[in-house]
Design a protein around this ligand. Structure first.
Ligand SMILES: [Zn+2]
Length: 383
């Protein structure tokens, strides 16, 4: 078996993201993602000279990592694989920082996973609206409010996820609960689930528990089938840390499969893990036209939605700055060295042949390598 060096791995990962982004750009030509790391952010005009308009390459001092500048960035976490990778990494760092701080102060974390069964072929918009309605019904429930108060809930961060499987769309949420201190009854009596470790199965549930409250809320919102207790996860702080360590790598094929595997116990969903939206793009690249249509539907329904939602006051409590996804996507390392720039014509050649990852890889060695490559590319292009 051939084993890649870390730099080959990094190159393959980055070129995979750029290829995915190029495919999305063709599917959504009018969306901001179609301009992301393509369009010059400074065009020559009366004030700006042509010589100021370049696609620039920098190398970070700390990691010797090359990156592009002088170009527009979209910050669309749902549809842009390049921005999603970067933004989710930053969001993960934020979350890790506050979860660590919370535990250091003696607090405890719990993660509640809420799913609903695949029951009929909902369109995504209906599915999402019904799901969110169920969550809203749950949170207004008097019994639920009592539980929240009893366990000493300080705040929540909710993660919204979507997959597409053989039964169609599937939306679920993971909610991190920041509670004052460990509360063992949450995993038993309060969850309402009766789990028998000898046979590794749930053997029933109580009417007052969280699981049943969620089941009732889904029915009221319009779902017909009851959620499976296996798909209603309630996990402790160690699990949250393990989940966070993997989170943000969803643009990576294997990590995404791992993540899906890890958050749901053995159940009917195990056979149908579902594809992430970026998996749909990979299938579209392999010629699956329907996967492309499904991705377009997803892009339309999820546009403008938060992937992570902090409850009111939680960011402030941990002095976390309010930054939009776009701000995070635009941030660059403070200490970086300018390596070189490409004029408009050379940049168009790079885009035409989808060579942004190659360009960054060459520039990480030396600028002469880029110059030679561009020279050959121009010749090849004019033949
Ligand atoms: Zn982007």
């Amino acid at each position: 078996m051939k084993i890649n060096t870390p730099s080959q791995d990094k190159y393959q990962h980055r070129s995979g993201l750029f290829r995915l982004q190029s495919t999305v750009a063709k599917l959504l030509p009018d969306a901001r993602v179609a301009k992301c790391l393509r369009k010059f952010s400074q065009f020559p005009n009366k004030k700006r000279q042509l010589k100021d308009s370049f696609a620039k390459i920098y190398k970070s001092d700390q990691h010797q990592h090359t990156f592009l500048a002088g170009l527009e960035v979209c910050g669309s976490i749902w549809v842009c694989p390049v921005c999603a990778a970067k933004v989710s990494e930053r969001r993960k760092e934020e979350l890790e920082r506050i979860t660590t701080e919370h535990r250091r102060q003696g607090g405890e974390l719990v993660m509640i996973t809420r799913t609903v069964p695949h029951e009929y072929a909902h369109d995504l918009k209906t599915f999402l609206t019904t799901f969110l309605e169920a969550e809203s019904i749950l949170k207004k429930d008097r019994q639920y409010k009592k539980i929240v108060e009893k366990v000493g809930l300080i705040g929540t961060v909710r993660v919204l996820e979507v997959t597409y499987g053989t039964n169609g769309w599937h939306v679920h949420t993971h909610e991190l609960w920041f509670i004052e201190k460990a509360h063992p009854a949450l995993y038993g009596r309060i969850s309402g689930l009766c789990y028998d470790p000898d046979i590794d199965k749930y053997i029933g549930y109580s009417k007052q528990g969280l699981f049943n409250l969620w089941t009732q809320a889904t029915k009221k919102a319009g779902f017909n089938l009851s959620p499976s207790p296996y798909a209603f996860g309630i996990h402790n702080g160690d699990y949250v840390s393990a989940y966070l360590a993997k989170w943000g790598k969803q643009t990576d094929w294997t990590a995404s499969a791992e993540l899906t595997k890890s958050h749901i116990k053995t159940n009917q969903y195990a056979q149908d893990k579902g594809q992430t939206p970026f998996d749909l793009i990979r299938n579209y690249q392999q010629g699956d036209k329907q996967a492309g249509e499904k991705f377009k539907e997803f892009a339309q329904v999820f546009k403008g939605r938060h992937q992570l939602q902090y409850s009111h006051g939680l960011k402030k409590r941990f002095a976390l700055p309010e930054k939009t996804d776009l701000q995070l996507a635009q941030e660059t390392t403070a200490r970086a060295e300018f390596v070189g720039g490409l004029n408009y014509h050379d940049w168009l050649l790079i885009l035409k042949h989808d060579l942004r990852a190659k360009l960054l890889d060459l520039a990480s060695h030396n600028w002469q390598a880029v110059a030679n490559y561009l020279f050959n590319l121009r010749r090849y292009n004019y033949v």
